[in-house]
Design a protein around this ligand. Sequence first.
Ligand SMILES: NC(=O)c1ccc[n+]([C@@H]2O[C@H](COP(=O)([O-])OP(=O)(O)OC[C@H]3O[C@@H](n4cnc5c(N)ncnc54)[C@H](OP(=O)(O)O)[C@@H]3O)[C@@H](O)[C@H]2O)c1
Length: 283
Amino acid sequence: MTAASAESRPAVVVVGASRGIGRSIARVAAREGGPIVLVARSREGLTEVAAEVRAAGAEPFTVVLDLMSGDVAQLLQAELDRSGLYCDVLVNSAGIGLRGAATLLPVEDQIRIVDLNIRALSELTLHFLKGMAARKRGGVLNLGSIASFTPGPGMAIYYASKGFVRSFSEALYTEMLPIGVTVTCACPGPVATEFLELSGAGKSMLFKVLPRLDADYVAERAWRGFRAGRRLVIPGMSAKLTALASSVVPSALMLPLIARLQRRSGDLCPCGSGKRYGNCCGK
Ligand SMILES: NC(=O)c1ccc[n+]([C@@H]2O[C@H](COP(=O)([O-])OP(=O)(O)OC[C@H]3O[C@@H](n4cnc5c(N)ncnc54)[C@H](OP(=O)(O)O)[C@@H]3O)[C@@H](O)[C@H]2O)c1
């Protein structure tokens, strides 16, 4: 962390701020001024976004932290204490995904999705929400996805992790409502960030047919929705329609459709034979 202060001041803490949607949210939040704590592993990315945040009128602090390491909430709390800050708003934007058959993807890579998207997000939310509840102010903005509205064959753990994020966030929203603390879940469809390449999702048909939104647009909608005290924000018409379809189309139709759209031509049969999907057991 790069600066210190004698008095405890409210800060916006953006986790997953070095790039993508988190970086855009940090810039949007920076327009309100005040301290913004930027958290991620990439020192270089954080340095760049810190300059953007400063240019937008806020006071940036950077914390290089791997959320896969243990005790992330305690480590972040210690950094805040050292700088005389408290977490008034927590933005959980760090997230990873993996496209592919659950039986063919390495188990440890899939469990890393649980560790980051579920465990780290829950740990940070539960830790900082206590202080917000006691102060009766502030809130949490969690990044879910339209993937939270349905199971996702071909990206099973990722969709399930986002289902957790939405369920957890909406429950906390209701618990916190009477005391004036907001918990918002933002659920975008495909967004043009590195996530699509890193997860492999960008090459599937599903992510090709759905329009890709700009990270700045998603950040604006998510932040505005959070500040308006909304439970759920689904940026863009295509994402709204997808979420609606996921809720009304019967699973017996929806799941095979998602499985098909999420497959690619070279994909292998999940039985592990090494043969192409469709030339083996698949129908
Ligand atoms: N892009 C989409 O299409 C899309 C759609 C719906 C929902 N979402 C969700 O939106 C959120 C943001 O996605 P994005 O598109 O902005 O992804 P992104 O561009 O890949 O950015 C992910 C951010 O998370 C940080 N991060 C990843 N692993 C980390 C770790 N172990 N410790 C600390 N930080 C870590 C990354 O920073 P470092 O690598 O520097 O650590 C980066 O700042 C995710 O939760 C994602 O699931 C994305």
